[in-house]
Design a protein around this ligand. Sequence first.
Ligand code: COA
Length: 159
Amino acid sequence: MWAWLALLECLACIMLELAEAAHAVQIATLHAYAFLHGWSADDFLKHIENAMDDVLVWAENGEVFGFVVMRTQDDQAEVLTIVVSATRQNKGLGAKILNEGERYVARRGADIVFLDVAADTPAAVKLYQKTGYQRCGTRRGYYRREKGRVDAFLFSKHI
Ligand SMILES: CC(C)(COP(=O)(O)OP(=O)(O)OC[C@H]1O[C@@H](n2cnc3c(N)ncnc32)[C@H](O)[C@@H]1OP(=O)(O)O)[C@@H](O)C(=O)NCCC(=O)NCCS
């Protein structure tokens, strides 16, 4: 009995939801931890308010532990960025957030999703491979690093 109640309580406080303006600062903070060139809270606010974009957050009791930003134009969508907090990685959360993002863009009419990923981020490459993305190209030296440049792998998935 108590186990069921605890489970229900847990389900109620863990949510994947559309981001609101109030989430922008937390999203930007997570992004800054993950990337050398983080986007600002204002950048994320623009995505949240952009009619072409879906910004989904995984929040537990108001604290954001992961998010994805996706953009749809006509029948094509793009993953602009996705991050899971370092404290929650490797538990399948990235795949859950990405799958839900795909459901949102599919509802807008997208039937294919594109993305690019830096070749030196193996966890992200693995995430896309395990969720059904196929590699469809390479941009040589696309990303700048403190020392030198790395390739971007292009991936796509029919949804
Ligand atoms: C990419 C990211 C969103 C994945 O989130 P996540 O919640 O850990 O994702 P999942 O747990 O669903 O899957 C990650 C997979 O990568 C694997 N992985 C983790 N580190 C790895 C590494 N160094 N080499 C190879 N695979 C790795 C995990 O084992 C897991 O695969 P599995 O389910 O088969 O075991 C997260 O690592 C992150 O936020 N990274 C920093 C930001 C980033 O690079 N974003 C992507 C930009 S394109």
